[in-house]
Design a protein. Sequence first.
Length: 555
Amino acid sequence: MTTICKEIADYITLVRSGDYPACRQQFQLCELVERIFDDEDLIVKEEQLADYLRYQKYFPFDLFPWEIFCFALHNCVYRKDGSLRFPILVIYVGRGAGKNGYLAFEDFCLLTKTNGVPQYHIDIFAMSEDQAKQSFTDVWNILDDNEAKMKRHFHWTKELITCTDTGSEFQFRTSNHKTKDGGRPGKVDFDEYHAYENYKLITVATTGLGKKRHPRQTITTTDGDVRGGPLDDLLDSCEAILSGETPDNGYLPFICRLDEDEEVDEECMWHKANPSLRYLPDLMQQLRLEYAQYKLNPFANTAFMTKRMNRPPKQPEGAIAPTDQIKATNQPIREELLIGKPCVAGVDYMLTTDFLGAGLLYRVAGRDYWITHTWVCRESPDLKRVKAPLDLWEERGLLTFVDTPQISPALPAVWLAAEAAKRKSTILRIGIDSFRYDLLKNALLEINFSADKEYGNVSLLRGSDEMRHVPLITAGFTDQTLIWGDNPLMRWAANNSKLIVNKQGNYIYGKIEPKSRKTDPFKAFVMAECVSDILDPYDNGTASLPDDVGGVFTY
């Protein structure tokens, strides 16, 4: 049995005090630490801890209680044989908690003689250089701000910090894992672990550990958008440790998040995800602003739950927009604003024996006007399952039934050209799914559109293009800048669509039910939005078309 030092005990008392809510993993961690101290003969180097904490005078902040708790366990608790009891620290907290400040303080301390290990090199890894440099830069600034004193003990450049007393070096690394072999670090940091998609960099970075006494790892992260990667594996392991299912094996899992998604609506529960929040009133105010945007449209503001609350979307699908926002597309299409304006087009279909949607997209004064038509094959085997007033929509001119075995590719091509000519418009680009282009290729060539490099006015779109534009389309629903006119067919297709989270954590559009709830008209709109950036110079006045240009491009 080992006595728990005051700095560790104080945080355990704080968690259990109930002054601020703590998540269940925090209570489990307190129990785990107490159990380990009860069962094992450990050494707590309190003098070393006190010496470390005195370095706070050089930093523009003091450590929060949770940071002192993690620091003490990670750096000052040893087994009887002199090895570290908790060599691997995992800090999983909401954005804004101060992860990089903690890393900077810890790494500064371990460079010094207080650590007691010479040439204790520290490498900090991240997937981007800016992220990898953040804590390094914090330490650099501390040295530079205290130059008169620090220059006797340190030498520093923008790439390398060296403690001349110990020979220990501190540097940042990035994702080019092929250049990281052969190192002899004492400590490896992984910042924003959620961004790692595989173990290549992690494996190479850690293979050098063990050549110096007291090898350590510190992993800091919020949650993120990569699913099925190293972070998910790490969290599974941490949860198994905290629940007692598996031994800790030297891991110290400091996990902070909401226990349930519904807790996001109770401001006091936000402290569960961010143990620093009680000390940071400006951060609390920022979270309130972000929460308001999240409630307005959760699908456009998933980062609030994912990164602030550490509760990424568990459901893989959801409505593309609230019902009232889809209804808000029912605004008059002011044809007079479209005359002579450039546009882009979108085409979508799964099979030419089913539904096919096409349309023209105009951007005028920041509003997107969508002129569309749909073709329906009467011989479609799914037609009897569609519970929609297709005959009524045909009477209104929103769709055309095709009595032939399949929809001729010429129909959408001719319609696009005619609608553009009617408004004396130039179609700047057509967006179409890359897997659907071949069937329409010849028909589009008839109206002078091709994906060939010679012409370059047809964009063959993939899922990655759609991912980039989902937030923009969602913002259009939220801001009510998408104008479809009174088009119940489009609203029906939109309501048949859903947002899906793919394996990489990105949103794409899918179908709620492929047989009876068709989405082709909406997906044609998405295809047009994916090429709509070309319209921006014309809408903001930085580009103009010749006065005599109308219809489509002619070569």
